[in-house]
Design a binder for this molecule. Sequence first.
Ligand code: FAD
Ligand code: EPU
Length: 341
Amino acid sequence: MSLHIQQNVSLQSFNTMAVPAQADYLTTVTSVPEMHDALSLARRQNLPVLVLGEGSNTLFEHDYKGLVILNRLRGMDVVEELGDLIRVKVGAGENWHRWVAHSLKQGWSGLENLALIPGLVGAAPMQNIGAYGVELEQYLHSVELLYVDSGEIGELSREQCEFGYRDSVFKHRHAPRAIITAVTFELNTYFEPQITYPAVKEYLQTRMRPSQELTALHVFDAICHIRRSKLPSPREIPNSGSFFKNPVVSEEKLASLREHYPEIVSYEHRGQIKLAAAWLIERAGWKRRQRDGVQVHKDQALVITNPGRASGASVMSLARAIQEDIAKQFRIQLEIEPRIY
Ligand code: FAD
Ligand code: EPU
C-alpha cells in the first residue's frame, strides 16, 4: 500500500476557520484505489473516517479521533453530448471555482452564478451549494459514491440526492457513511441568463453597453466582483462563509414579524420565504462584536470570523450566544450551516 499516514496532525491549515484542532491520523488520497486502501485501513483499525475537501464548511469543535482523508481525486471528462446538453464527470478533488471557470471556457453554461464558492467539487452536493439565485441541483446529473462500511461503489441520481436549501441526503441517511468520488454535471451548450438577483442586475446594467450581447462570462465576472466586495477572503481573515442558514418561515410568521419590524429583510426563492439572517443578527446588535478572538464580521453579520485563530469551542460559544439571543428576540431558531465535528 502506498498510502502515507501522518499521526497527530494539526488541522489548522486544513480548515478555513483556522481552528487549531488535531487529527489522530491524516492521509491524502489521489485515486479511487487509494481511497479503498484508506477505508480498509480504517476498518481494520476501527477508526472513524472524515473526508475533507478544503475545510471551508467544516468546524472542528474538538480534536478528530480518527482518520482524516484529504480527497484529491482529479479529472474532468465529457461522458455524453445530447444536443443542447453536455454531461461532464468531474473528480471530487477538483477545485470548485477552477471547474466553473473551465466549464465556461469550453462554452458550457449554467454554473456561472456559482463562481468563486470556496471548496472542492466533492463537497458541493453535501449542502447543495447555492448563490445568486442558482443551486447546484439545477445542473447536477448524478453522484458517484464509495460506501465506507462495505467499500462498494454506488451512484445516486439527482432525485435520490434529496436536495433542499443547503441540504441533501448526504447530511442525513448517507452521513457519514458515503464518500463522493465524482460528480456528473449536465450543462447547457447555449446560454440562458439567470440574473434575477438585484445586485447582479445592477452590476451588469452599469458595466455593459446597451448594444453589447450578454454572455455567461459577463455574469461570471459580475459574480466574482460582487463576492469579492462582500465576503472576507479566508486567506486574509479565517471564516467559513455564512455561519447560519437563512431561516425559512411561513407567510403568517413573516406578517407577524413585520408588525414589529416593518423593515425586516425577506425574499422568496423557489417557493420558499426566507429571512435574511444577517439582518436579524445585525438588528440584534451582534455585528462587529467579538469575544475570545472570534468576531462577527464588520460588513456581513452572517459571517463569523476567527482573526485570533481561536479554538472551535470559542467559535461555537459565540455562535450559541447569537442563536439564544435571536430565539429570544424574534422566536426564530437559527440553524448552523457548517458541519461541526
Ligand atoms: P469541506 O469543508 O472540506 O467539507 C464540508 C463537508 O462535506 C464535511 O462534512 C465533509 O466531511 C464533507 N465532504 C467533503 N468532501 C466530501 C466527499 N468527497 N464525500 C463526502 N463528503 C464530503 N456555500 C454556499 O453554498 N454558497 C456560498 O455562496 C458560499 N460562500 C462561501 C464563502 C466563503 C468565504 C466560505 C469560506 C465558504 C462559503 N460557502 C458557501 C461554504 C463552502 O464553500 C461550501 O460548503 C463548499 O462546498 C465546501 O467545500 P469544501 O471542500 O471546503 O468542504
Ligand atoms: N444584510 C444585513 N446586514 C448584513 C449583511 C446583509 O442586514 O450585515 C441584509 C441585506 O439587506 C442584504 C440581505 O441581508 O440584502 C442578504 O445579504 P446577502 O445578499 O449578502 O446574502 P446572505 O443572505 O447573507 C446568502 C447565502 C450566501 C450566498 C449569498 C448570495 C445563506 C446562508 N447564505 O447570504 O452563501 O453567497 O446569499 O446568494 O444562504 C454560504 O452559504 O456560506 C454563503 C456565503
